[in-house]
Write a protein that binds this ligand. Structure first.
Ligand SMILES: [Zn+2]
Length: 351
């Protein structure tokens, strides 16, 4: 599978199957409840402590799952950039519907649950599976949003214009794979998006299908260019490692404070408009997004480190926030100052 279109189709098919399974399970559940309407209220019935305990624990699991699932789908899922937004929303609606129905039903218990041993065993198995899972998922939520405070972050301008998605970003490994490497900590990978939140048009087989390809890149800082290269070729779309000898591909390095360097990487061949030694300002055009270096598809990689060369272990990456941006995290666009990105955030310039 070497086209993003076919990967996207595969994920969409998997999501559609999951949505159908969830819908059938939901309708089946409603049918069974409607067919056997005799139910005992959990809170006002005396005795029957075992089925009552099971229903309460199931209700608690469902509340936790209903809260945690949207965070997992929206921030921890790496497949979100590959599926249309409406599938993402439909999946969330179905999960919320199922959890909400079970929460409502957990206030009562069926005659079968009270009388039949196999129903108690089955529900016990479900609760033993779901309760630890839901507690684990809730425990993961704070990790998603962890990021150094304002005073520990550098403040940058956005390096691009238009609407973009952060495909990797954030302060922890749970939302940003870069954080596994000391020198790449807090790095972001961003992709430009178009209709329906998609990052490409056509079948996503060639790099020119991607909205990010050729997009202008602007300096996010005032500083001095200490390194630039744009002679490397763009890679084809591939999901196996590409140019590991030149992982950053064509890139520009700008020193904006003593020993603080911002890297803008995977640029287009022959697109860099600045030269080593140039003094540049925020907003100056420095090149175009490309697909050079160790990259799977056209995107811009940006990070700050304390060395002027790519060094994964002996350099240190630094956190940064954007001075001003519009950001859509979960539901609504908001204009924000000094804020950071996490995986799957959408963002654009406020103007
Ligand atoms: Zn990256």
């Amino acid at each position: 599978m070497n086209s993003v279109g076919s990967i996207s189709e595969f994920y969409c098919l998997a999501i559609v199957i999951l949505e159908i399974v969830l819908l059938v399970l939901f309708l089946l559940r409603i049918y069974i409840v409607a067919k056997k309407p005799k139910r005992f209220p959990v809170l006002r019935t005396t005795g029957m402590w075992y089925p009552k305990t099971l229903k309460i624990l199931l209700g608690v699991s469902m509340v936790l799952l209903m809260v945690a699932t949207p965070f997992f789908i929206n921030f921890k899922s790496g497949i979100k950039p590959f599926i249309p937004d409406y599938h993402n929303n439909l999946l969330m609606i179905l999960l919320i519907l199922i959890c909400g129905t079970e929460i409502f039903l957990s206030f009562s218990m069926s005659k079968d649950l009270v009388e039949k041993i196999f129903r108690k065993v089955w529900l016990s198995v479900v609760v033993i599976g779901l309760l630890p899972l839901s507690i684990f998922m809730i425990g993961q939520i704070p990790e998603i949003f962890k990021y150094p405070p304002n005073q520990d972050c550098y403040v940058l301008d956005l390096p691009v214009k238009g609407v973009w998605r952060a495909s990797e970003a954030g302060g922890t490994e749970s939302v940003n794979y870069h954080n596994a490497f000391k020198g790449q900590k807090y790095a972001i990978d961003i992709v430009k998006i178009g209709k329906g939140g998609s990052m490409f048009e056509g079948d996503g087989k060639v790099i020119s299908d991607f909205y990010a390809m050729g997009a202008n890149v602007y300096s996010p800082v005032d500083g001095i260019v200490v390194h630039e290269i744009d002679s490397l070729p763009n890679a084809d779309i591939s999901f196996s490692p590409m140019d590991t000898v030149n992982p950053a591909g064509n890139h520009v390095v700008v020193e904006f404070e003593p020993d603080r360097f911002v890297f803008l990487a995977h640029l287009n061949t022959s697109s860099v408009t600045v030269k080593k030694g140039d003094t540049i300002q925020k907003g100056d055009l420095i090149g175009q997004v490309g697909n050079s270096g160790n990259t799977t598809l056209p995107h811009l990689h940006m990070h700050i480190q304390d060395l002027p060369v790519i060094e994964y272990e002996h350099s240190t990456g630094f956190p940064f926030r954007f001075k001003l941006m519009k950001r859509k995290r979960l539901l609504i666009w908001r204009t924000l100052t000094n804020e950071f990105l996490i995986r799957n955030d959408l963002f654009k310039n406020p103007s």
